[in-house]
Design a protein around this ligand. Structure first.
Ligand code: 5GP
Ligand code: ZN
Length: 115
């Protein structure tokens, strides 16, 4: 737990949220500023600031983040239509919360290359 971290506070319940899913390792919440009809954040309970801080110890955890994203997309009917999963890392990618989170976006067409 990092006392200055927004997502640690959400994980701890200090800041209330309405999780779409919770388990021992992950919490999934709707993004406060959704960029698509489905825009959720898959957040590990463990504080890892950026993907650069991921170690071999986190491999199973990050794998579970992706499987949870796929499960959510399937639940919402986007598995076959398509959806996007995104990690933003540091300034040029637009990371604004420094506790890793996997964006899961679905329900519209996404351009490539991304903006
Ligand atoms: P990043 O820019 O770091 O990749 O993504 C951070 C995301 O967190 C943004 O999409 C932003 O809208 C979302 N966000 C920021 N503050 C909150 C909050 O208090 N609650 C929720 N649910 N999402 C938040
Ligand atoms: Zn944190």
């Amino acid at each position: 737990m990092n006392g200055d971290c927004l997502f640690c506070k959400i994980v701890a319940g200090t800041i209330p949220s309405k999780p779409l899913h919770e388990d021992a390792e992950l919490i999934v919440i709707p993004d406060i500023n959704p960029q698509a009809p489905l825009h959720a954040l898959v957040i590990p309970r463990t504080h890892i600031p950026t993907l650069n801080d991921m170690t071999a110890d986190h491999e199973a955890l990050v794998g579970r983040m992706f499987r949870r994203a796929a499960a959510l997309a399937k639940e919402r009917g986007f598995a076959d239509r398509g959806y996007r999963t995104v990690f933003n890392t540091n300034r040029e990618a637009g990371q604004s919360v420094f506790h890793i989170h996997l964006h899961v976006l679905g329900g519209r067409f996404f351009s490539w290359p991304p903006g």
